[in-house]
Design a protein around this ligand. Structure first.
Ligand SMILES: NC(=O)c1ccc[n+]([C@@H]2O[C@H](COP(=O)([O-])OP(=O)(O)OC[C@H]3O[C@@H](n4cnc5c(N)ncnc54)[C@H](O)[C@@H]3O)[C@@H](O)[C@H]2O)c1
Length: 442
């Protein structure tokens, strides 16, 4: 099948290359021509495991091409996926300017029947707005070109995005007629051969499903973070509680790890957008406001633990920081808890020597001008002379570090673990003062 993908970010690039991998002829389009130039040379603008080899291989096989011309993209694919960003607007709602700009571009260029599939996360009613924007351009041109619209929210997780795309747990598709359903089903058939459900619904329900899923996941995280805060105060161990409650099949073990709150490009903005959608419909989605509040508090609590340990005297303290990305296996810094925590520490006068296996480049842009954030070469270098280590991202290389080496490098042997990576008893035996989330001191 001939497929076009508009917007070549995390979602567009991964989706495009996975469609190409199963034999489709894919053209990816982005307005960022520098990005397109790099991609043509096989250079990958983001870090995502396995993505590089797949992109290079599919370019070589002639199944994957790149352009910065929307007309070319509209001409190429029977199916056109819209994968542009939908960031948060000033009032919390999703900013649809990029999606609608693409819709107008399609309306200006479309010459024959096309199926426009909105993959970006968009509020209920957006597919209809896209349709209107295309029709408005067709009316301006005085032509009538047939097209259909579909909604196909994306559920990939950064860090395992290729796997999620190649083997989705489910595919959600919102359509207005069975012809589109059949074509989209055929496109996805290689990905759901092992029986993952292909769930078809109307456009609005499909758009809402994505928000419902993200809001539920964010709620689980905030619930567990608050549970951890109570455990800590009453002498219970949240990790044991988590195992116990997660073994109930109605609850399940996933997405229960407590920490320093969720970040990333999706949960915060999607929860805020759903709160806004509910508000606009005349309903106050009060649980979600509390989920966001709890998420913000969690970073503050962690910061307070660090401050308290040093008797509120952080000025001149040399601290090591492991991990900056909002989660492991990505270089994505969008809404990463590290941003707020580092800002807090450095505004109190601490000097932070930071290291992340993949997010250093993105982070250096964010902390430009903050001379108290210094980027190290590796996880051990930043420990030299440190008066404490703060772990913010659960990268595998931080799981089983050389504790003896760490001790010999650090001036003061204290670890603040925002991800509960270590066993308190073992760390205490190794001579570390260990401060984590929701577990009693040993
Ligand atoms: N990142 C994730 O893990 C993830 C997962 C599921 C869903 N989503 C959703 O998918 C959408 C895309 O997310 P992302 O993280 O890939 O975004 P991104 O910011 O990484 O990429 C978006 C791309 O769209 C391009 N773009 C913007 N306007 C354009 C236009 N008019 N024409 C062509 N290209 C244009 C940008 O240049 C950029 O390369 C969002 O709605 C997001 O909420 C993201």
């Amino acid at each position: 099948m001939r497929i076009s993908v508009i917007g070549v970010g995390y979602v567009g690039l991964v989706s495009g290359v996975c469609f190409a991998e199963v034999g489709n002829d894919v053209l990816c389009m982005d307005i960022d021509n520098e990005k397109i130039e790099r991609l043509r040379k096989g250079e990958i603008p983001i870090y995502e495991p396995h993505l590089g080899e797949l992109v290079k291989n599919n370019i070589k096989e002639g199944r994957l091409q790149f352009t910065d011309k929307i007309r070319q993209a509209v001409d190429h694919g029977l199916i056109i996926f819209v994968c542009v960003n939908t960031p948060q607007d000033h009032d919390g709602s999703a900013d649809l300017q990029y999606v609608l700009r693409v819709a107008s571009g399609i309306g200006q260029s479309i010459e024959k029947y096309r199926i426009i599939v909105v993959k970006s996360t968009v509020p209920v009613g957006t597919c209809e707005k896209v349709k209107d924007a295309i029709r408005a351009e067709l009316a301006k041109r005085g032509v009538d070109v047939p097209f259909d619209i579909a909604s196909n929210p994306e559920f990939l997780k950064e860090g395992v995005a290729v796997d999620d795309c190649m083997k989705p747990e489910r595919v959600i598709v919102g359509v207005e007629n069975s012809r589109v359903e059949e074509i989209v089903r055929e496109l996805y058939s290689p990905f759901i051969r092992t029986g993952a459900p292909f769930i078809v619904m109307d456009l609005r329900s499909s758009e809402m499903t994505k928000y419902a899923a993200n809001a539920m996941l964010a709620t689980r995280i905030s619930f567990m973070n608050q549970m951890a805060n109570v455990c800590e105060r009453v002498g219970a161990d949240v990790m044991k509680v988590m195992r116990g409650m997660g073994s109930d099949s109605r609850i399940g073990p996933k997405f229960l790890f407590p920490g320093i709150g969720f970040g990333g490009s999706c949960f915060p903005k999607d929860v805020r957008a759903l709160i806004r959608t509910a508000e606009d419909s005349g309903f106050e989605f009060s649980i979600l406001s509390k989920v966001m509040e709890a998420n913000e508090l969690q970073r503050t609590f962690f910061l307070e633990k660090i401050r308290e340990f040093y008797g509120k005297k952080l000025r001149g303290k040399r601290l090591a920081v492991w991990g900056l990305a909002f989660k492991a296996n990505t270089d994505d810094m969008r809404e990463a808890p590290a941003i707020e925590i580092l800002q807090g520490l450095t505004s109190d006068g601490a000097v932070c020597h930071v290291y992340d296996p993949k997010a250093m480049e993105n982070a250096s842009g964010l902390f430009k001008g903050n001379e108290a954030v210094l980027f190290g070469k590796n996880q051990y270098e930043v420990l030299e002379g440190a008066e404490g280590l703060i772990l913010l991202t659960e990268w595998l290389s931080f799981r089983e570090p050389d504790f003896d080496r760490m001790k010999s490098l650090m001036k003061q042997h204290v670890i603040f673990d925002g991800r509960n990576q270590y066993t308190p008893k073992l760390l205490t035996e190794r001579g570390f003062h260990y401060i984590c989330i929701g577990r009693p001191r040993v």
